[in-house]
Structure formats: C-alpha cells, structure tokens
Design a protein around this ligand. Structure first.
Ligand SMILES: Nc1nc2c(c(=O)[nH]1)N[C@H]1C(S)=C(S)[C@@H](COP(=O)(O)OP(=O)(O)OC[C@H]3O[C@@H](n4cnc5c(=O)[nH]c(N)nc54)[C@H](O)[C@@H]3O)O[C@H]1N2
Ligand SMILES: Nc1nc2c(c(=O)[nH]1)N[C@H]1C(S)=C(S)[C@@H](COP(=O)(O)OP(=O)(O)OC[C@H]3O[C@@H](n4cnc5c(=O)[nH]c(N)nc54)[C@H](O)[C@@H]3O)O[C@H]1N2
Ligand code: SF4
Ligand SMILES: [Mo]
Length: 739
C-alpha cells in the first residue's frame, strides 16, 4: 500500500477550485495540486488551496469537544448544551438566545442545509451572520429590484467585452459574488480578446494594475459616482432600451428624475474623480458591445451599500446588459428548483430591540449584537451559539463585542479552533477536518460564472463516534429545541415536506406523483446526501425522479463526474428569476429612491468630505481571521501593516516601519507604517482578521504572528440603513506617530 489520490473542491474561498489530494496510508494529506480535470478550474490553485494539507493536519485543530475548557465526550458535551440553552430559555425566553453564523458555513453543505434548523428550533429573532459585515446590501438591492434577495446577477466574465469593477480585488480575493476559478486568468482573457477593464478603487491594487484603467475614488463615495454615470446615460441619451428588456422594466422616469442632481461636475469634488473621467466611463460603458458592471465588498461595506448595489445593476439594465451573454447574468444552480413559489421581498418584519434596526432576510445586523447583549431589559441576549464565525475579530467594534461575549450566561460554538471568539464558549463542538468532510457548494454555485456542479465525498472516513458537521448541527437543533429527539428525524421531516410541496406544484417535474414513491428513489448514502440528491433531481438539470431519464442525480454526479460537471455558459433566465409583485424589474424601488435623499444631503454638506479615512484590504495568503495558523501562509514579511500615502506619512512624521496610532470614535490601534503611493492621500488601509494576541486561545502559530485588529477601530454605530450592513470602509480616523 502506498499513497493514494483523491479529488475534492477547495472549501476555502468562493472560487470553487478542484483539488487533487495525495494522501498516505494513514489518511494524512501530503500534497495538494489543482485538479487538471475539473472543467471549471482546469487545474488552477492558489497558495491557500495548495496548503490545505497543513490546515487539515493542523495540530491545534480540536479533536474533541471542550466543556468548560476541558476535553469531554460528545454525549456529555451535547448534554451541557441542552442544559445551558434550556436554562437560559426557561429564565429569559427564546429571544434570549442569539445565533451568529460565520463565513465558512457558506462554503459547506452542512451550513446551508442545517443552519436554519438550529435557528428555527430555537425560535429566536436574534439571528446574526457575517452577511451584515459583507454582502447584505446586494441581497436588499436585488430583493427590491428582482423580488428575490438571492437573485444576484454576476458578470459574465468569459464573454464580456467591457468590465467596470468597483470595490473588488479578485487578484487577492479570487473573487466574490462571482465564483470564477482563476479569476485573474479570466480577466486577462478579457483584455486578450480586445476588451477593456476599468477598476475603481482608492488603492491601485494588483487587480487595478492588471486593468486597462484605474480610477482612484474617495472611499464611501461610489454612490455619487454611480449616480453620475446614470445621470450621464440619461443626459446624453445613451440609455438603451434593449429588446429583451422591453416592457419588463418599471421606474425609468423616476430614475431619470432622481439622477438629475448628480451631474459629473456635481460629484467630482466628493469622489475625487474628474467629471471628464466620469463622462467618458459612462460613454464607454454605453458603447461597449457586451459590458458588465460589478461591485463588491468595497461598495457594500459602506454607508451607501444598498444604493451602490442597486446602482450597479441599474447600470446593467440601462445599458441593456442585464440577462444577456457578456453582460450581468443570473446563474442557474443545479440544486435549486426553478418552480419554487416565492413571497415578495420585504424587510423590517421585526426590529432589533435596542436600536430598532430592521430585520433583513431573517437577520439583524451584527453591528448591533453587542447592544443586544449589553443592554439590560426584557429580551436581552444572554446566550449565544456561534457556527463557524469569529465575530470577536470580524465584527465592527470587535473589542466591544469581545467584552460582551465574556458576559454571556452561556455560549456554545461549532468551530474547529479555540480562538478569539470560541475562548468565551462554555462548550466548543469541533467539526471534522476538511478531508473528512463532504462538499457541495450550495451557496456559491448560485453565484458562479458558469453553471457547474460538483460533489466531493469525504476523502478520509470519519472515525467511529465522530459526528460530521451536518450531524453536529442536527444534534444542536435538537438540543436547541429542548427535546432529546432523534436528529435523523430532522432530515426525514425536511425530505417529506419538500417532496410533498414538489408534487403539489404545477410545473414541477414531479407534479402529481406520490411522495412516498419518490422518497424510496433517493440515493442510498447519508441523509445529507439523500437531501442533496433530492434537490438535484428536482433542479433544472435534474432527472425529475425519472421524468428526464438522462438528467442529474447525486449518484450520477458522483460516479460519472468526479471532477465536476460543467453545465454550460450562463443562460438568459429573467423569467425564471423575476418575482416582484409587478412582475417587472423595479428599476427605481421606493426604498432606494427614498435613500437618495440622504445621498443628496451629503453632497450638499461640504463638511462631509475631507479628513483621513480607513479602508480594509485582503491578501492572497490570508482568509479572514482563520488561516493565520497555517505556517506556510504567515511565513515571510508582516502583511498586517498600515498602508498610507507618502504625503500623509510625511505629514505625521513617520517612515516605513515606524508605528502609527490610528484612532476613531470606537477605539484605537497601533500598526506598522507602510508608505506607498498605491493608496490615495487621505486614505489608510489595514487588513482585517488579525489581532491574535488574546489570552485563552489555542492557535499557536497565529499567536506568534498576531497582527492587530482593524475592527478595534471600525464603528458599530455606523451602518447602511437599508441593509443594516456594517460600515467597514471609509471610517473617519486620526493618525499620529506612536511613541
Ligand atoms: N485571500 C483572500 N481571499 C478572500 C478573503 C480573504 O480574506 N483573503 N475573504 C473572502 C471573503 S469573506 C470575501 S467577502 C471576498 C471579498 O472579495 P473582494 O470584494 O474582492 O475583497 P477585497 O480584496 O477586500 O477588495 C475590496 C477592494 O475594495 C476597495 N475599497 C475599499 N473601500 C472602497 C470604496 O469605498 N470604494 C471602492 N470603489 N473601493 C473600495 C479596497 O481597496 C479593495 O481593493 O474575498 C474572499 N476571498
Ligand atoms: N474591517 C473589516 N472587517 C471585516 C471584513 C472587512 O473587509 N474588513 N470582511 C467581513 C467579511 S466579508 C466577512 S465574510 C466576515 C467574516 O467573519 P466571520 O465569519 O465571523 O469570521 P472568519 O474569520 O471567517 O471566521 C471563521 C470561523 O470559522 C471557523 N471554521 C473554519 N472552518 C470551519 C468549518 O469547517 N466549520 C465550522 N463550523 N467552523 C469553521 C474558524 O475557526 C473561525 O472561527 O468578516 C467581516 N469583517
Ligand atoms: S482560489 Fe480559493 S478555492 Fe481556489 S485554491 Fe485558492 S482558496 Fe481554494
Ligand atoms: Mo465575506
């Protein structure tokens, strides 16, 4: 017996790369390469994927549950969870238990399939996720425009001839809300076929350097810039009433009226972008044969996050590029039935107790979690469940949240590490390592630039008695409900109700059939696999339980397509997607229109601009807060530096390597200066996810490369009002040389 090879999708970022793993007899991952046979990633890999073996074999990864800091058995740990949660619920009610769901749950099967069961079992209104520190504005904008917060158009990278990109740096991040393995290669291909890329960013990033044009913009002012583009399209009669969108768009006149006040000349000072550049950008966008506008986290995590997200797709509509090849298109994931009935999008079905912030997508803003924990009174949060999240580092004003976590009556975390957040937990339940975990990207294939499906079974079997993450979440849901039922019943219930609904809906491939008969046809694997099989078979490429004999099933995906299945380029599908009450695209939703008042007032307030502001950044070898324990990824020079323009460095009297004190309303942090002319004057940048110097953690490598936490400075009081999203970019700060 020697080494063996196994294949799976990389679970680390949104790029969905296929990996080829070499394992020894003991199941240790010895080498990782790109899977050349993956039809989507074609062998592409980045340094994070290449070091997945180190992450997988990290000796600091928890192998067993911790109860009160001591190693415990699984039954004992779950009993502690059941007791801890029921005591809080009995004393303070269901809303006293909050749930925080973090980023890695969007990269797993378990998160999307079982996360909401935990929340439902608790019956709490206090759900928080990393989405409100990320893309919630995009959900809100798409909810209002298309009726479905999950209907997010992605740039059709492989066919576009013109890409206008704002607040995204895919050469470091590998892309987001646009899953595209080898995003850098796809960008280069746009240029190679004669297309143009324009990047709008306060920093000249590696992505900007690759582009044809880089436009510096003052942080937080994209909405002015985008409005001026809209203004120019109308003013110069460049709005294309594309044939395929004719009669399907509401609100064109309202939009034209809104944009009147935002001529390029009116916004040039605020944005720092010359009026001539704005006009030219609008003209080029309108003239391009196939163009896409794409905005990412730099446009979301700011005070006008929803307006930005909305205006990006407004531009895609006005230039006739929405839902057409080479433009911005809606992916058609294999696991999501197209016939599901959707309720029209609304927000504010409830509000947060302390600040009165609206619910969005069933969630409250993470920016107010500390308020809810710290503020006494009826409904105060006394217990917390975290699932794959590290809000003690990732949330705005994380230092405050960190203190708040320490005061909870009970906390349980599903997490492989004892880190800045989970050190506060009374019980930590570690999921198995990636090699032992099955993979299917439920969340991300819905955002991919080609239709694509891949199922990766675990490459190493779980040891007896060790629960998978799906089982952990199912058991947590049972514990949260206060009962001691069989977690398997949860899957059975979901399968039963999904099939019952599917047979009742006219237009579904199984309309009129017997649910019991369908149930018997499901894959013979784990219950998780059976649920996935059901979803694929009911999906747009599925076999419809025999109705389309050549269609997709999980068995077929697993056995015939172990390297993944390419389901083709994106297809126009507005009809399948659109579910607004009017049945049309709402180009000027009233909520967005009303928020433009705020934008207009800010434009008239000359005090609003000026002063130093802080933004974030990402590095290829990092992934939020949790890859800093992988030695290969933190080797070399410190990347947690404060980038600032040489002019600003000179003004405060610091040189490279000196320490700068950065102070905001929320707090202060000291970081090493890295003067660079790649960043605008008046703007400074610190990456997030660092600050691993807290006591009580067990991430030995990360502790030696602690860095500082930028979220000690970001302000939890500043949010985008429509989405509740945190403002992590454009934070007003003052700088001084530290002694
Ligand atoms: N290597 C690596 N990859 C990652 C991650 C990681 O931490 N490391 N995180 C993953 C996650 S969770 C996400 S959400 C994605 C994010 O993926 P991206 O959105 O590509 O994220 P960033 O690389 O942070 O790029 C954001 C850019 O916005 C710019 N920016 C800041 N403020 C503004 C502004 O006001 N206006 C404009 N126009 N630009 C601004 C920043 O300078 C930065 O270049 O990346 C994912 N991939
Ligand atoms: N200033 C600033 N702050 C930011 C950002 C920014 O750009 N600037 N970006 C924001 C964004 S986009 C995001 S997405 C958030 C991320 O915010 P979070 O999701 O809160 O933080 P992460 O650092 O991704 O933490 C992931 C956690 O999941 C654990 N984990 C890893 N693998 C698994 C697994 O398989 N199962 C489980 N259960 N747990 C696992 C890790 O140990 C870690 O504790 O941060 C946000 N915070
Ligand atoms: S780009 Fe993302 S998905 Fe691809 S190997 Fe790197 S971390 Fe993994
Ligand atoms: Mo994110």
């Amino acid at each position: 017996m020697g080494d063996r090879t196994a294949f799976r999708t990389c679970p680390l970022c949104e790029a969905l790369c296929g990996l080829e793993l070499t394992l020894d007899e003991a199941g240790t991952v010895k080498r990782v390469r790109g899977d050349e046979k993956d039809p989507f990633s074609k062998g592409f890999i980045c340094p994070k994927g290449a070091t997945l073996g180190s992450l997988d074999g990290d000796p600091d990864r928890l192998a067993e549950p911790l109860v009160a800091g001591e190693t415990a058995g699984w039954d004992e740990a779950f009993e502690a969870v059941r007791r801890g949660l029921s005591e809080v619920v009995a004393r303070h009610g269901r809303d006293a238990v909050a749930v925080y769901i973090g980023n890695p749950t969007a990269h797993s099967i378990a998160g999307p399939l079982y996360g909401s069961a935990v929340v439902k079992a608790l019956g709490t209104r206090n759900l928080y996720t990393a989405s409100t520190a990320d893309q919630m504005p995009k959900h809100v904008a798409c909810g209002h425009m298309f009726g479905d917060p999950l209907a997010i158009p992605v740039p059709d990278l492989d066919r576009t001839g013109h890409l206008l990109m704002l607040g995204a740096n895919p050469l470091e991040s590998n892309g987001s809300l646009a899953s595209a393995p080898d995003f850098p290669g796809r960008l280069k291909a746009i240029r190679a076929r004669g297309g143009k890329i324009t990047v709008v960013d306060p920093r000249r990033t590696r992505t900007a350097a690759l582009a044809d044009e880089h436009v510096f913009i003052r942080p937080g002012t994209d909405a002015f810039f985008l409005m001026a583009l809209v203004h120019t399209l109308f003013a110069e009669d460049l709005v294309k009433t594309a044939e395929h969108l004719a009669g399907r768009v509401n609100g064109l006149d309202d939009l034209r009226a809104l944009a009147v006040d935002f001529a390029p000349e009116d916004v040039a000072d605020a944005t720092g972008v010359p009026a001539a550049v704005i006009r030219r950008t609008a003209r080029e966008l309108a003239a391009a044969d196939r163009a896409a506008v794409y905005g990412r986290i730099g446009t979301c995590t700011q005070a006008y996050g929803t307006l930005n997200s909305w205006l990006v797709d407004v531009l895609n509509v006005l230039t006739g590029n929405l839902d057409r090849p080479g433009g911005a298109m809606f992916p058609r994931p294999a696991h999501a039935p197209v016939y599901r009935r959707k309720k029209p999008f609304t927000t504010a079905r409830w509000r947060s107790r302390v600040r009165g912030l609206p619910e969005v997508n069933g969630e409250l803003p993470v920016a107010t979690l500390a308020d809810e924990i710290e503020t006494p009174g009826e409904g105060q949060v006394r217990a917390l469940i975290t699932i794959g999240g590290n809000p003690a580092l990732s949330a705005p004003n994380a230092a405050r949240l960190d203190r708040a976590l320490a005061g909870l009556e009970f906390m349980v975390s599903i997490d492989p590490y004892l880190n800045e957040t989970t050190r506060h937990a009374h019980v930590v339940l570690p999921p198995p390592r990636p090699a032992q975990t099955p993979h299917y990207d439920i969340a991300l294939t819905g955002l991919a630039v080609r239709d694509y499906a891949r199922y990766s079974p675990p490459v190493v079997p779980l040891p007896d008695g060790r629960p998978s993450e799906a089982e952990l979440l199912a058991r947590l849901a049972v514990a949260a409900s206060g009962t001691d039922g069989d977690p398997a019943l949860l899957d059975e219930m979901i399968i039963k109700s999904t099939l019952a609904k599917a047979v009742a809906i006219p237009g579904s491939p199984v309309h009129g059939r017997e649910p019991d008969e369908l149930r018997k046809m499901l894959d013979t694997g784990t219950l998780t696999e059976q649920r996935l099989d059901m979803m694929l078979r009911l999906g747009p490429y599925g076999d419809g339980f025999g109705a389309e004999p050549a269609g997709l099933t999980l068995t077929r995906l697993r056995t015939e397509h172990p390297h993944g299945l390419d389901l083709g380029a994106l297809k126009p599908r507005l009809d399948e997607v659109l579910c607004t009450t009017s049945g049309r695209i709402e180009l000027c939703p009233s909520t967005c229109a009303a928020d433009v008042d705020r934008l207009r007032s800010a434009l008239r307030d000359p005090g609003a601009s000026g002063g130093t502001v802080l933004i974030g950044r990402r590095h290829l070898r990092s992934n939020n807060s949790w890859l800093h324990n992988v030695p290969e990824l933190v080797r070399g020079s410190n990347t947690c530096t404060l980038q600032l323009n040489p002019a600003d460095a000179e003004r405060i009297g610091v040189a490279a390597g000196d320490t700068v004190r950065v102070t905001s309303r929320a707090g202060a942090v000291e970081a090493v200066a890295e003067p660079t002319d790649t960043i605008m004057a008046g703007v400074v940048s610190l990456p997030h996810g660092w600050g691993h110097d807290r006591p009580g953690t067990r991430t030995r490598v990360a502790s030696r490369h602690a860095g500082v936490n930028v979220n000690a400075v970001t302000d939890e009081q500043e949010i985008d009002p429509l989405s509740g999203n945190a403002v992590l970019n454009g934070v007003p700060v003052t700088l001084e040389a530290a002694r």
